[in-house]
Design a protein around this ligand. Structure first.
Ligand code: BV8
Ligand code: ZN
Length: 265
């Protein structure tokens, strides 16, 4: 696998590693990415046309049906070997931080499973950062109410739209829509870790959505280097020192497993 040995050597020497992931890391789990032409009802819309407060205000039933559909699909999905390899690396290396754009919760699931398998304490929240929220959380469009909501949602019409138990206003998916600001602590924590990192491992992202896509660039600005894992070229490929043009489920176990922890004596 081209780029693999050099990438492993760079990770072995690195002090500070940020792993930055997008939808491609969940592709082998069966979660559709944003830029794949999804089939059925949703191929008529671009995500930017549905994942926004304007779309929700205009047609909350359509937007909720899109999210209910995506949740139904994601609920059947399991972490794949890419999620597991990243979780093991994060648990083993206290100088590693995982920053994801994904809202599918598969990184968190893999981390919980690996921590249980290894009998290790859960990773501190500052090292597992979600920039765009969680598709299995809902929050009120007006008051502070919010909760995890994993059960299926049958949204067919106005009457079946989920409402806040405290103030009766509409509930919305607790994700960051286009035109909305990202959670400040997660974004600042991710940028801080990226600036200090020797390596940013960029996995399965087209790197076109900002400000998330500024994370790998912050590593470059801090004098660090990029490893990109993606079968296709992206906006970052020309800036990557190493590219592994393989699916993440195959590349990441080969790249990360059994790497010694340089911080151990
Ligand atoms: C904001 C949650 C403004 C919702 C998402 C400059 C600066 C700041 C903002 C902007 C800017 N320019 C433009 C903007 C606006 C906008 C933006 O970036 N637009 C883009 C389209 C140009 N940004 C925003 O609106 C952000 N907010 O800036 O607010 C503001 C500022 C101040 C004050 C107030 C407001 C908010 C953006 C967040 C949107 N929410 N998700 C939901 O999921 O429903 S974005 C969503 O799309 C994802 O989270 C992700 O970020 C993005 C999809 O990208 P990828 O994950 O990369 O997925 P994609 O399908 O594109 O690519 C998959 C890749 O995987 C491919 O390369 C493929 O080759 C590869 N792959 C496939 N299979 C595999 C694989 N790789 C490895 N293995 C495989 N097996
Ligand atoms: Zn409320």
């Amino acid at each position: 696998m081209e780029g693999l040995e050099d990438g492993r050597a760079a990770l072995r020497k690195a002090r500070g590693v940020v792993m930055f992931t997008g939808a491609g890391v969940s592709a082998e789990s069966g979660v559709p990415t944003f830029r794949d032409p999804t089939d059925g009802l949703w191929s008529r819309y671009r995500p930017e046309e549905l994942a926004s407060a304007q779309a929700f205000a205009r047609d909350p039933v359509l937007v909720w049906r899109w999210y209910a559909d995506r949740r139904r699909g994601i609920r059947q999905c399991r972490p794949n070997p890419a999620h597991t390899a990243l979780a093991r690396f994060l648990l083993r290396r206290s100088d590693a931080t995982l920053v994801t754009q994904n809202v599918d919760g598969l990184h968190q699931l893999a981390l919980e499973e690996e921590a249980r398998n290894e009998g290790s304490p859960p990773v501190e929240w500052e090292r597992m950062l979600s920039l765009h929220g969680d598709i299995f959380r809902v929050r009120c469009t007006r008051c502070p109410y919010g909760r995890t909501q994993r059960e299926p949602m049958g949204v067919e019409d106005e009457e079946s739209l989920p409402r806040c138990p405290d103030c009766d206003r509409l509930l919305r998916p607790d994700v960051v829509w286009f035109g909305e600001v990202l959670p400040r602590e997660a974004l600042e924590g991710a940028l801080r870790a990226a600036r200090r990192a020797d390596i940013c491992l960029v996995v399965g992202t087209s790197a076109v959505v900002y400000p998330a896509a500024s994370i790998p660039r912050a590593t470059l600005d801090g004098g660090g280097r990029l490893i990109e894992v993606n079968p296709a070229r992206t906006a970052l490929s020309a800036l990557a020192d190493w590219r592994i043009a393989e699916p993440a489920g195959r590349a990441l176990p080969a790249l990360l497993d059994r790497l010694p922890d340089p911080t151990e004596p």
